[in-house]
Design a binder for this molecule. Structure first.
Ligand code: SF4
Length: 216
């Protein structure tokens, strides 16, 4: 440190400091890199901000965030779709009573993420529950076409599958798959709620299997 007198300001004393040279610590070229420590304002976050030794040859995100999974996007989309199926609420005949019972508290379809929805615009599952007459068939087809893709159809009961007890009736459609594609068939007259739940589980497995080409 040097003390000098200022000729301009009488009696005033100015002090100047000679800067000391900055030296970098010597590091060996093969030493693992260390991430800088970020000063934390919150004490609870301090453990997360400790330096991490980066090992060359291993993905950086796996070292900084252990436990993070890397999965294909179609797997995430299919898992999201199968876990939030929204069936459209409409019934055609007595099978609909069993369908309604499945939504109620005793069977509680909501625990599967299955939420009944009173509009085709946001629904992705159609449960054809009951007899499809030829008079009703155009309305069923129109509702199916109003649903956005991807969408799936469950044929619930013997009537929707092949006419059931009305096989010989000319005015009854001999299976709803004559007008729309069906993904899962549920046998029975009527099928019990457990059978409908089983069909949803089968549909969820189908969605995961066909995740690469969903979106028809
Ligand atoms: S399958 Fe049986 S219970 Fe279901 S709608 Fe037909 S007659 Fe009714």
């Amino acid at each position: 440190m040097a003390v000098t007198s200022d000729p301009i300001l009488e009696g005033a004393v100015a002090t100047t400091t000679t800067p000391e040279p900055i030296t970098q610590p010597a590091t060996a070229p093969d030493e693992p890199m260390t991430l800088p420590v970020i000063p934390g304002e919150h004490p609870n976050e301090a453990p997360r901000l400790t330096p991490v030794e980066v090992v060359p040859g291993k993905a950086l995100y796996k070292q900084i965030l252990p436990g993070v999974m890397q999965v294909p996007l179609d797997l995430v989309l299919a898992a999201s779709r199968k876990s939030s199926l929204w069936p459209m609420t409409f019934g055609l005949a007595c099978c609909a009573i069993e369908m309604i019972a499945t939504y109620m508290a005793h069977y509680d379809l909501d625990r599967f993420g299955i939420v009944p929805w009173p509009s085709p615009r946001q629904s992705d599952v159609m449960i054809v529950a009951g007899t499809v007459t030829k008079k009703m068939a155009p309305a069923v087809k129109l509702l199916y076409e109003q649903m956005p893709n991807p969408k799936w159809v469950i044929s619930m009961g013997a009537c929707a599958t092949n006419g059931g007890p009305y096989t010989r009736y000319d005015r009854v459609l001999q299976g709803v798959d004559k007008i729309i594609p069906v993904d899962v068939y549920v046998p029975g007259c009527p099928p019990r709620p457990e059978a409908l739940i089983d069909s949803f589980i089968a549909l969820q497995e189908l969605i995961m299997e066909e995740r690469g080409n969903a979106g028809r």
